[in-house]
Structures are given as structure tokens and as C-alpha cells.
Ligand binder design. Structure first.
Ligand SMILES: C[S@@+](CC[C@H](N)C(=O)[O-])C[C@H]1O[C@@H](n2cnc3c(N)ncnc32)[C@H](O)[C@@H]1O
Length: 196
């Protein structure tokens, strides 16, 4: 079933998490006994279904603004019998406000907005919670930004590079880059007793 969702997404060129990234994500959830997850960027529900299948105690809020994606996600999640574990919020991430606290905030939406999302959801992270960001090598393009011909792509990749730098220097977080995992992952946890 889950393979069908993956195959269909790939055929229709819906961007979903790479195998290596997913494996890492699931391993981290298991090791840390993560239960409450916020996902930014649902697409067709592939990553959220995979996360929910790990344990029925896992609860996920996931946000998607594209109606077609949202509808497909709802169908896929229902078909997997996971609608009690996964709630899909049909709205722009920018409009999602909650007091809930999460063990994991998985950031997989508009790459140019990662800094904004970090500030928006920082207070929704539990004390020992983590952010995981996907696509931080952006298909290897971050290593060769000057060779990118398309202006919009170049500008996006520069924003990703900037985000990486800012996170590297942000004293509020302990960070770990996994350049070779999936499309490049970053794990950020709040620094204990960290300086503001
Ligand atoms: C990379 S895909 C998510 C893939 C999914 N996490 C997976 O691995 O199965 C990113 C999704 O984020 C959605 N998105 C981008 N910007 C958004 C925003 N500002 N608000 C809500 N959704 C957004 C896009 O429509 C797209 O479906």
C-alpha cells in the first residue's frame, strides 16, 4: 500500500522524502521514543503515513496548502486506517497557530521559509524536542551555486546556504548536519541553558 503511494507520487513528480532521509527520520523517532510530531509540508501523506505506522501512540499534525495534495493525503491516510493518528491541516503553514508542544517538528515545505518556520514554531518544541529539516544540500546544488543557470533556483539555493550558516551560528541550538543522508538533513535541538 505504502509502496503504491510512493510509486504514484514519483510518477506524478510529487516531491517526497528520499529513502535514506526517511530511514533516518524513522530511526530517530524510534530511538527518541517520539510521540508528538508536527510536519510542515504533507504532500500526499507519504512521510506522515510512514511515521504513524511506527507506533499507534504516535500523533501527527501535518500542514498542506495545496488542495489537490491535501485531498490525496486525506484519501491515502484513510485507506491506511491512520486518520485517528494523523490530522491534516489544510492551510498555509504561516496561518497555523497552536499551543501544542511537539517532540519533533519535521520541516519539509518551502525551503526559502525555513528560518521563518523556525521562529514561528520554536515555542512549540518540547524541552527535549528537535527540528529536522530536509533538502539542505538540495540535490547537491549547494556545493556549486555559481553554476546554476536558472535565477530562481540560484536564489533559492542561496537562501538554503544562508539558512545553514545562520543555524550553524545560532547559539540557541545544538545542530548536526547529515549531508549524505537523503537530500541532506539537519537536526537542531534547543541548547540546554543556552544563551539567547
Ligand atoms: C516536499 S513536499 C512534502 C513531502 C512530504 N513531507 C513527504 O515526504 O511525503 C512539500 C509540500 O509542502 C507544501 N507547502 C509548501 N509551502 C507551503 C506552505 N507555505 N504552507 C503549506 N504547505 C506548503 C507543498 O504544497 C508540498 O506539497
Amino acid at each position: 500500500m505504502i509502496e503504491n503511494i510512493k510509486n504514484k507520487a514519483q510518477e506524478e513528480k510529487v516531491p517526497i522524502i528520499k529513502d535514506g532521509g526517511l530511514e533516518f527520520l524513522l530511526k530517530t523517532i524510534k530511538e527518541r521514543k517520539i510521540k508528538d510530531i508536527l510536519e510542515l509540508g504533507t504532500a500526499v501523506g507519504y512521510s506522515s503515513i510512514n511515521m504513524a505506522l511506527l507506533d499507534e501512540g504516535i500523533k501527527i499534525d501535518t500542514i498542506e496548502k495545496n488542495e489537490e495534495m491535501y485531498k490525496q493525503a486525506i484519501t491515502n491516510i484513510k485507506n491506511e486506517g491512520l486518520d485517528k493518528q494523523i490530522t491534516v491541516h489544510f492551510c498555509p503553514i504561516e496561518d497555523y497557530k497552536t499551543n501544542k508542544k511537539y517532540d519533533l517538528i519535521f520541516v519539509d515545505a518551502a525551503k526559502a521559509q525555513y528560518l521563518k518556520y523556525t521562529e514561528q514554531f520554536l515555542n512549540n518544541l518540547k524541552e527535549n524536542g528537535i527540528f529536522i529539516y530536509d533538502n539542505l544540500v538540495f540535490h547537491g546544488m549547494i556545493y556549486d551555486v555559481d553554476k546554476i543557470k536558472n535565477r530562481n533556483t540560484r536564489s533559492l539555493v542561496k537562501k538554503i546556504i544562508n539558512f545553514r550558516e545562520i543555524m550553524r551560528n545560532d547559539k540557541r541550538f545544538d545542530i548536526m548536519f547529515y549531508e549524505d543522508v537523503g537530500d541532506g538533513l539537519l537536526v537542531a535541538s534547543r541548547r540546554k541553558g543556552g544563551r539567547e
